[in-house]
Design a binder for this molecule. Structure first.
Ligand code: ADQ
Length: 467
């Protein structure tokens, strides 16, 4: 079995990976099985010109190597091209995207710097797995340095339609760089179709069966690998004695209250204002839920240096205040807004105690919260998942109540339907969803991707050698 080298924006602390969630556990497991290296940003920022030496830590047969970003890389690569350009473009939000040559140059340059660091760590038989939008051109930078090992890339966020992508300056360069990989993985069929439609329109790709794509002298296999969760572990945590205690204390505090739970990073892609409006509409259309149902929205702040994130926070606070002012009373708070991260054990218990998991992003690569909510339920008396059709998860989780998050009335009616749903239907839906989530957990995702990578044709030909 080849040694594995992983590169991602951040590196999980493998000694406490269970607390960081399933992805870190699954990548950590692959690294431990094969031995290898995990490379990424340390989270530190040093002033320009200061030394940016890597920090290396080893645990058993796994080494983590992290590097700081310089101040200008932090502003132009990370908060610039990654967070202000690619993130909005990939979430279909051209209105929020900012374009600048400085961002793009820093993105190229930082990926080239990472490639130089990673090259030093490689052994001849390694395979490499690169993650997400921060590092799209890392593969081509490695190829430029003569790296011939198999390299796979997985995009965690959506791949946008051609009409949006072509509005991004230098999109040809960006997509061309994907052909440096032997395997590219997407979350959904929609993303893969968007990628292929882009290539088709540009006209320089040959399409072979099994999604093998040839562009110039390079061959790439593309595939769909929907990311999963560590389902067994999350279900176990949701039913631990500590969770039992939390669930009981919630019932005692608010007897008979139907809780609707939303848990997200505070991001404009997650559809939070639309969600609060839909809950308000529920109270308008079905007044019987006044005093009887509450929306608890846990929204962990992220990327607070970016203006669009300040705006979304203000909008959410304004909406929450307005609805609580309009409907709330001494005994009942319609919307409880918690602006922080919550420990995973507590989160699992809150999911279990909630009648509805309300997951309504306006665009999302997959959305793991939807899967966590389902497996946290009591199979004999489960709650209902209300899921946006624009979350990648909706492609497989078809037994959820699937909604259009922009249609306030539709979401409000779905909430009402979920609140009155008979136990037998809830059980039936939960069983079907749980089975899918268990069968396609994060370990299967990791194994499927790495198996496909090992079987990809690795026909990348270094241009100088073929000339
Ligand atoms: P994210 O956009 O971060 O991930 P998501 O898939 O929902 O979104 O994963 C978030 C994780 O963080 C979940 O495990 C969730 O429980 C946890 N989390 C969120 N808010 C929290 C809070 N307030 N407190 C504690 N924990 C919280 C990106 C893509 C997604 C894709 C994943 C994985 O945007 O579409 O599903 O990567 O590929």
């Amino acid at each position: 079995m080849s040694r594995l080298v992983v590169a991602s924006n951040r590196v999980a602390d493998l000694s406490v990976a269970k607390q960081s969630g399933g992805l870190a556990v699954a990548v950590g497991e692959a690294l431990r099985q094969r031995g290898g290296v995990w490379f990424g940003w340390s989270g530190d920022v040093v002033e320009d010109g200061e030394p940016d030496v890597p920090t290396t830590t080893s645990l058993d047969n796994v080494t983590t190597v992290t590097v700081p970003l310089s101040r200008s890389e932090f502003e132009n690569y990370y908060h610039g091209f990654a967070n202000r350009t690619l993130w909005p473009v990939c979430h279909y939000r051209l209105d929020l995207a900012e374009f600048s040559n400085e961002f793009l140059e820093s993105y190229r340059h930082t990926n080239a710097r990472f490639a130089a660091e990673i090259e030093k760590l490689l052994l001849p038989d390694d395979i490499l797995w690169i993650h997400d939008f921060h590092l799209i051109p890392l593969g081509s930078e490695l190829r430029k340095r003569g790296v011939t090992q198999r390299i796979g890339f997985f995009l965690h966020i959506p791949f946008p339609p051609i009409e949006i992508l072509t509005a991004t300056p230098e999109h040809e360069w960006l997509i061309d760089s994907i052909f440096a990989y032997d395997l590219v993985g997407f979350q959904t069929q929609t993303d893969l179709n968007n990628f292929k439609r882009y290539l088709l329109q540009l006209g320089n790709t040959t399409f072979l069966p099994l999604d093998r794509l040839i562009c110039g002298d390079r061959e790439l296999t593309a595939g769909v690998f929907p990311v999963g969760i560590d389902a067994d572990h999350f279900a176990e945590v949701a039913h631990s004695p500590e969770s039992d205690r939390i669930v009981e204390s919630m019932k005692v505090r608010d007897p008979g209250l139907a809780l609707i739970i939303g848990v997200d990073r505070l991001d404009y892609s997650k559809g939070l204002p639309e969600r609060v409006r839909a809950f308000e509409r529920l109270l308008e259309l079905h007044p019987e839920w006044r005093n009887a149902a509450s929306l608890m929205q846990v929204a962990q702040p992220t990327r607070e240096d970016v203006d669009a994130y300040v705006d979304i926070r203000e909008e959410l606070e304004r909406l929450t205040g307005a609805i609580n002012g309009r409907y709330g009373n001494f005994d009942w708070t319609p919307v409880r807004y918690i602006n922080r991260s919550v420990e995973r054990d507590r989160l699992a218990a809150i999911f279990r105690a909630s009648r509805i998991g309300l997951v309504t992003p306006v665009r999302d690569g997959m959305n793991l919260v939807a899967k966590e909510y389902v497996v946290a339920q009591d199979p004999d008396d489960p709650g209902v998942l209300v899921l946006s059709k624009f979350a990648g998860a909706a492609e497989t989780l078809t037994e959820a109540l699937i909604v259009n998050p922009f249609d306030t009335d539709e979401v409000a009616e779905a909430l009402h339907a979920a609140l009155i749903m008979h136990q037998s239907e809830r059980k039936h839906r939960n069983y079907a969803l749980r089975t899918k989530i268990n069968n396609f957990d994060v370990f299967k995702w990791q194994k499927d991707f790495l198996t496909a990578l090992e079987h990809s044709r690795a026909s990348y030909l270094i241009p100088e050698r073929t000339a």
